[in-house]
Design a protein around this ligand. Structure first.
Ligand SMILES: Cc1cc2nc3c(=O)[nH]c(=O)nc-3n(C[C@H](O)[C@H](O)[C@H](O)COP(=O)(O)O)c2cc1C
Length: 319
């Protein structure tokens, strides 16, 4: 998620679930082809399986960027056909491409020719006054015919005229049934549903209709929910029994990043929701906010913050 997630966040999330697939924020083909690749694309080996999300529409650029992503070691290339921001609309990528299914299909075909790893598409159910029955169907059939390996569908339209990106994540109504119907119409295609899903328990209900569930804001704002993913959805033990163990396991990574010049705050900013609702959570957050941003702040700041809060044990988490 642009401006929210990054590689540090993904390392943190991976310590709570071995099985969930993690996605980068959208990176434009232009940035990848012309920018500082090590900074934009570098990631920690612990993050696997991790997908690189691309924003773009030129098939040649998409193929080039996908190849670069594969060479970096990503496990999947995902094309963004759902982001509604103006910046993105002007560049002809993101949700506006729902109106250009043939171009999206050409992009997918070009990426499939360029890489061996799976290529997937994340889209909306439609935009503006499109009929979401035909618009989603056309996009889905086009990209699947072009070789796409799975579809992730944010179960609401994007209204490109008049709503801000933030409003476009809440105001157009959710239509989960539309995504379920896509799965019925294309039973052999892996369909992953996204949008407004607030917990692992809710995710489980969707899995009666589709193949996968993508959590955005719930995973970021309440990361502790991820501690239940492996047990509740995959029948496997959680990597750690509680949040304090997760942080203990993260310490070597944080120390390593600090030694390479990263600021403590660039990592601890992702921890704000870790203890939501647990006694001491506010003191934990305040300690990090006040001390984590100081020049030269080290892991002791995080350790002191953790000492102010009770643990969040997995057993106490209602999924
Ligand atoms: C701050 C922010 C940044 C986002 N950036 C991206 C992005 O880079 N790529 C993407 O596919 N979706 C992005 N999204 C949308 C989410 O992935 C997701 O589709 C949307 O928030 C609905 O799912 P949720 O209700 O589970 O959050 C972003 C959402 C937020 C809140």
């Amino acid at each position: 998620m642009m401006d929210w997630t990054d590689r540090h966040c993904r390392v943190f999330h991976r310590l709570m679930t071995r099985r969930a697939r993690l996605y980068t924020e959208m990176l434009t083909t232009g940035a990848i082809i012309h920018g500082d690749r090590a900074r934009l694309l570098g990631f920690d080996q612990s993050e696997h399986p991790v997908a690189l999300q691309l924003g773009g529409s030129d098939p040649r650029d998409l193929a080039t960027a996908a190849g670069i992503g594969e060479d970096f070691g990503y496990d999947e290339i995902n094309l963004n056909v759902g982001c509604p921001s103006d910046r993105v609309k002007d560049g002809r990528f993101g949700a506006c491409l729902m109106a250009e299914p043939e171009l999206v299909a050409k992009g997918v075909a070009a990426m499939k020719r360029a890489v061996k790893i799976p290529v997937t598409v994340k889209c909306r159910i439609g935009i503006d006054d499109q009929d979401s029955e035909t618009a989603l169907d056309r996009l889905a059939r086009g990209v699947i015919a072009a070789g796409a390996d799975a579809l992730i569908v944010h179960a609401r339209k994007a209204w490109l005229n008049g709503l801000s990106p933030k409003q476009n994540r809440d105001i157009p109504p959710l239509d989960y049934d539309r995504v379920y119907r896509l799965k019925v119409a294309m039973p052999d295609v892996p369909v992953i549903i996204n949008g407004g899903i607030g917990s692992v328990a809710e995710a489980k209900q969707h899995l009666a209709h589709v193949d996968g569930v993508m959590l955005g804001r719930a995973a970021y704002q309440d990361p502790w929910r991820l501690l239940n993913v492996d047990a509740d959805l995959f029948g496997e033990p959680a990597p750690h029994a509680g949040m304090k163990d997760v942080f203990e396991a993260m310490m070597p990574y944080i120390e390593d990043q600090l030694a390479q010049g990263a600021r403590l705050h660039s990592m601890t900013r992702h921890f704000v929701g870790a203890f939501h609702g647990v006694p001491g959570a506010r003191a934990f957050r305040r300690h990090l906010a006040e001390n984590g941003v100081r020049q030269g702040a080290g892991v002791n700041v995080l350790r002191d913050a953790i000492a102010l809060v009770e643990d969040r044990k997995m057993a106490s988490i209602a999924a």
